[in-house]
Design a protein around this ligand. Structure first.
Ligand SMILES: [Zn+2]
Length: 407
């Protein structure tokens, strides 16, 4: 069990009612007193995400990371800051929760009124993706807005900047540097906005690997890379991705096929097979390391961020038993916080049997695909994924074979 506390602990107060969390809830952490937060935890957090010192710029109240990603130094009162996702056809692991759908509302600050056409064009770009539950819309009511878009002087060479999601909410702020983009073509101005919107729903830069270590073991500050590769996209980059960074005024102006595949993978609107339901995936990394899977959104909702982060849909499985399916049992070991899932009723884990999590196939029938099982012995964590490329940047997990077959 690894105890690395780098989140702002007071975010615990934002967590969902503890009565809804049974065994996956760790012990409560007392909120810190306001006013004693330093920039240091944010900086360590950013490094923890894998960013190097050279990629982190102190711009006053915020850190500007990897060109255009914002991290506020002070998480209050703006809760829309911390925690990064991993994506790039790589996502960060923070995604928009299920309470936010179908519409993510954008409030356009008056400073951006001259760019309404570009904003609407960027919205249309994402909204035109079929089978995607995330849709953007403009609101004139700032109170219900998820994202505010505003002009800001970000310095030379920076087109825009945005926040990653947190607590299941989209990144709350997009800054556009009108000084910088005014001379760009309409398509490029629209691209900048669409790109920043991508960050708000959890995309990292597709080309983030350029010049960075390919293995997660060692960046120059000792951090690990937790960028998660998205199933079905290339690992070697995608020159057509709108989510490539460092391309202010020169990047792709439409979503690439892999961008589309990614947003559909992260935010699918429909189950791939009748009778299947999403198995939501969470990751506790601030207190101990534990991957947690459930078909019930009531258990952890959009995640708590202070411990369990919402990582989207792990896979689709059956809520009720169908022909040829088998129960997948859920075990919990309180000492290390590990949740363990197995199709084998004879595989007795230490800890408590918590019941049947869902049903899946024991073999590749009806088009089901393998869900792979990994184990990290150094902090006792089992991880299950359809995507064997996902762990390229997360060291320490040993492959244990196919757990079951699902979608
Ligand atoms: Zn960017």
């Amino acid at each position: 069990m690894k105890k690395t506390v780098f989140f702002f602990r007071y975010l615990v107060v934002l967590s969902v009612a503890s009565s809804l969390l049974f065994s996956c809830k760790k012990t409560d952490i007392a909120p810190e007193q306001p006013g004693i937060h330093e920039s240091n935890p944010v900086l360590s957090y950013i490094k923890k995400l894998g960013y190097r010192d050279s990629e982190i710029k102190d711009i006053g109240d915020e850190y500007l990371v990897d060109g255009d990603i914002l991290f506020a130094k002070k998480s209050e009162p703006d809760a829309s800051l911390l925690d990064g996702p991993k994506t790039e056809q790589y996502g960060t692991s923070n995604y928009v929760g299920y309470s936010v759908q179908p519409n993510i509302f954008i409030y356009v600050d008056a400073s951006m009124n001259a760019y309404l056409n570009e904003i609407n064009g960027a919205i249309a770009m994402w909204n035109n993706v079929i089978n995607c539950r995330v849709k953007f819309g403009i609101t004139t009511l700032s109170g219900i807005a998820h994202i505010r878009i505003t002009n800001a002087n970000l310095g030379s060479g920076v087109c825009g900047a945005a926040y990653f999601p947190i607590n299941g909410q989209p990144g709350g702020l997009i800054r556009i540097n009108i000084n910088q983009i005014a001379g760009n073509s309409f398509a490029q101005r629209q691209r900048t906005i669409a790109h920043e919107m991508g960050h708000c729903i959890g995309f990292r830069h597709t080309n983030w690997q350029s010049g960075e270590p390919q293995s997660g073991v060692a960046s120059d500050n000792g951090a690990y890379f937790d960028a998660m590769h998205i199933l079905g996209t290339p690992t070697g980059g995608d020159p057509n991705s709108i989510m490539n960074g460092g391309q202010c005024g020169s990047g792709a102006t439409t979503l690439s096929n892999f961008d589309i595949l990614t947003v559909q993978f992260l935010y699918p609107a429909n189950p791939p097979v009748a009778g299947t339901v999403p198995v939501f995936r969470y990751y506790a990394r601030s207190t101990w390391q534990d991957h947690f899977y459930t078909t019930s959104l009531n258990e952890l909702g959009n995640g708590t961020n202070s411990d369990y982060i919402f990582e989207g849909i792990g896979f689709f499985a059956f809520q009720n038993q169908v022909a040829n399916s088998v129960p997948i049992y859920r075990w919990y070991l309180p000492q290390s916080g590990d949740h363990f899932y197995t199709a084998n009723p004879n595989e007795i884990a230490p800890g408590n049997l918590e019941g049947i999590a869902f049903y899946a196939y024991p073999s590749a029938i009806n088009g089901a695909v393998p869900v792979h099982r990994y184990y990290n012995g150094s902090f006792d964590d089992h991880l299950y994924t359809k995507n064997q490329n996902e762990l390229s940047f997360i060291p320490g997990y040993t492959y244990e074979g196919i757990g079951w077959y699902a979608y």
